[in-house]
Design a protein around this ligand. Structure first.
Ligand SMILES: Nc1ncnc2c1ncn2[C@@H]1O[C@H](COP(=O)(O)OP(=O)(O)OP(=O)(O)O)[C@@H](O)[C@H]1O
Ligand SMILES: CC(C)(CO)[C@@H](O)C(=O)NCCC(=O)O
Length: 308
């Protein structure tokens, strides 16, 4: 992380906790239980000590954004209307982006009670397996060329312009493919969280970068050896759920030899996801506004906030 400290404030966990302290737990018991329902392994201490100050920080950024947007439109003598505030969450496969994103969605909805906070993952913009096969890149799922970036950019443009009922395709880990004819609808939210390994990437052949649409970005970071552990742990969970469902992509692995299945998963980690992390994901870390660094047991130990 050495190089990051030139342009980032490096803040230890204990320092960060002190940034928003009023002595009272800001979450009610039922809200804490709701969070447990999200992922029962989430540490509630993390929520209180890390996510409460983080939500307050984002509140400051959103306030500035809204003021500037309104002033800009007044300068242009245009009608002042809301354009969603878009937050990007980047990081490796299995580092915990979707967990972070859902947690943030819940915290922001709670803080901005009158605002609509929606969440989307860029997984839905992967090409379907049939097209990946046609292109001969089935073993490159998650790499930049495996996403329909033009479609993702068009989608973000429509959302940012305040369009209603904008449809995003859906990806399912269970079928390991895009779900045919099913969509997620983004309907003029006040805040949109976009989570995905590629949100900070800038493919060379595009005129507009997806990062142009992000008002705040977070990179979830951890040592690759730890992320591998989390990847294998999640693989174990996927096998456990696939067991009773022959239509599940992981079913043959779930009913077969477990050791063999894990050997395959370790190989996929090493030859696909780790390569993707090193070649295409890690190089985008220094574009994030905030880096959340996690250690054993998903515990957040350091936070980096962009200085300027
Ligand atoms: N804060 C946390 N506390 C405990 N477990 C967590 C936490 N964050 C993530 N996990 C676990 O780590 C694994 C990966 O998390 P998650 O699915 O959120 O990752 P992801 O980065 O969204 O992955 P992908 O890119 O493959 O969709 C899951 O098994 C999840 O339950
Ligand atoms: C869908 C992605 C690319 C990102 O979430 C990832 O979970 C994935 O499926 N990677 C491909 C290799 C693998 O099966 O882990």
């Amino acid at each position: 992380m050495g190089k990051l400290t030139t342009t980032y404030h490096q803040i230890s966990r204990s320092e960060w906790e002190g940034f928003y302290q009023n002595g009272v737990s800001p979450l009610s018991k039922s809200e804490l239980e709701q969070l447990k329902g999200l992922n029962d392994r989430i540490s509630l201490t993390d929520v209180e000590e890390v996510y409460v100050p983080l939500t307050h920080l984002i509140h400051l950024y959103i306030g500035q954004y809204e003021m500037l947007q309104a002033s800009k439109l007044r300068f242009l003598q245009k009608e002042v209307k809301n354009s969603p505030y878009i937050i990007g969450i980047a990081g490796s496969v299995a580092v915990g982006k979707s967990t972070t994103a859902r947690l943030l969605q819940m915290m922001l909805s709670r803080m901005f009670k009158d605002k609509k906070v929606q969440l989307i993952t860029t997984d839905g913009f992967l090409y379907p397996n049939e097209i990946l096969e046609e292109k001969g890149i089935m073993d490159k799922k998650g790499f930049p060329e495996s996403y329909d970036m033009a479609r993702l950019i068009a989608f973000l443009g429509e959302v940012k312009d305040g369009h209603r009922h904008v449809k995003a395709p859906l990806y399912s880990h269970e079928i390991y493919n895009i779900v045919p004819d099913e969509y997620e609808e983004i309907d003029a939210p006040d805040i949109l969280i976009v989570e995905g390994i590629n949100v900070l990437q800038s493919p060379a052949n595009q005129q507009i970068y997806i990062s142009d649409f992000f008002d705040f970005s977070i990179f979830v970071d951890a040592a690759p050896e730890r992320i591998e552990e989390w990847y294998l742990e999640r693989f174990g969970l996927l096998l456990d759920t696939a067991f009773t469902d022959p239509t599940n992509y992981y079913y043959p692995y779930a009913i077969g030899d477990r050791e063999e299945a894990f050997t395959m998963a370790r190989d996929v980690w090493k030859t696909v996801n780790l390569v993707n992390l090193q070649e295409y994901i890690l190089p985008t870390r220094n574009r994030a506004d905030l880096v959340i660094h996690k250690t054993a047991g998903h515990k957040i130990d350091t936070i980096y906030l962009r200085k300027y």
